[in-house]
Design a protein around this ligand. Structure first.
Ligand SMILES: Nc1nc2c(c(=O)[nH]1)N[C@H]1C(S)=C(S)[C@@H](COP(=O)(O)O)O[C@H]1N2
Ligand SMILES: [Mo]
Length: 215
């Protein structure tokens, strides 16, 4: 099994990859460009999650931040949206071969992790999602790239399909690092932690310019 690759469904795959850069699928109110650069519609995402689209109840939603932290958090959406937000224009690339360029808006992880107080021994940030999906990144990379978790895409609230209420904007990483429907951010000392697709042979560093599979 491959991330995002519905084998035998090439017709759909071709339709989506050729739609990259097109403007015919935008939702009403969706931004089509940002600072002179063309955006792709969020509708160009090819849905192939491990358990289908999750529809989380936003009113009761909590983001847990736990593990190796001095102050575990359970943030509701109002608290998350009250934090200073940033915009980032970042392309997501699935290993299947399609990509989508989106303007993301959300909160830097360093802000959230800062309020939780990361313990000095923590090296890995594990993302747990509502569908049971998991993935991880080294803490040093998250801070170095100033990665964000986004609740808006192309100027609109993040659609359920893209992970509402929160997606990890894992810039420079393959699509399987972009955890959607995040419910828990866990700080870990396990530098060899492997998430869902990583356990199935996909590269644990997940660098978009590197190999998809572990050598
Ligand atoms: N919670 C969760 N997040 C996930 C996934 C998933 O199955 N569950 N799939 C990943 C993969 S492989 C990709 S390419 C991106 C976009 O997935 P999509 O192709 O299903 O839109 O979401 C990532 N995040
Ligand atoms: Mo993917």
């Amino acid at each position: 099994m491959l991330p995002c690759a519905a084998l035998g469904n090439t017709e759909k795959a071709d339709a989506v990859s050729s739609a990259t850069g097109s403007t015919d699928t935008f939702s009403p109110g969706e931004l089509t460009e940002y600072e002179g650069q063309a955006l792709d519609s969020v509708n160009n995402f090819r849905e192939n999650s491990i358990a289908g689209v999750q529809n989380l109840d936003l009113a009761s939603y909590r983001l847990q931040v736990d593990g190796k932290v001095s102050k575990p958090l359970a943030l509701n959406l109002d608290q998350i949206k009250a934090l200073p937000s940033v915009k980032k224009f970042v392309r997501i690339d699935c290993v299947e071969g399609w990509s989508v360029r989106v303007l993301w808006e959300g909160v830097p992880l360093k802000t959230i992790l800062g309020s939780a107080g990361v313990a000095p021994e923590a090296v890995t940030v594990v993302f747990h999602a509502a569908d049971g999906y998991t993935t991880s990144l080294p803490l040093v990379e998250i801070l170095g790239k100033d990665m964000i978790v986004a609740y808006k895409a192309n100027g609109l609230p993040l659609p359920a399909k893209l992970g509402a209420p929160l997606i990890l904007v894992a810039q420079d990483k393959w699509g399987y690092k972009w955890a959607r429907w995040i419910t828990e951010i866990e700080l870990s000392t396990d530098k060899n932690y492997r998430g869902y697709w990583e356990q199935n042979g996909y590269s644990n560093s997940g660098d978009r310019n590197g190999p998809q599979f572990e050598p």
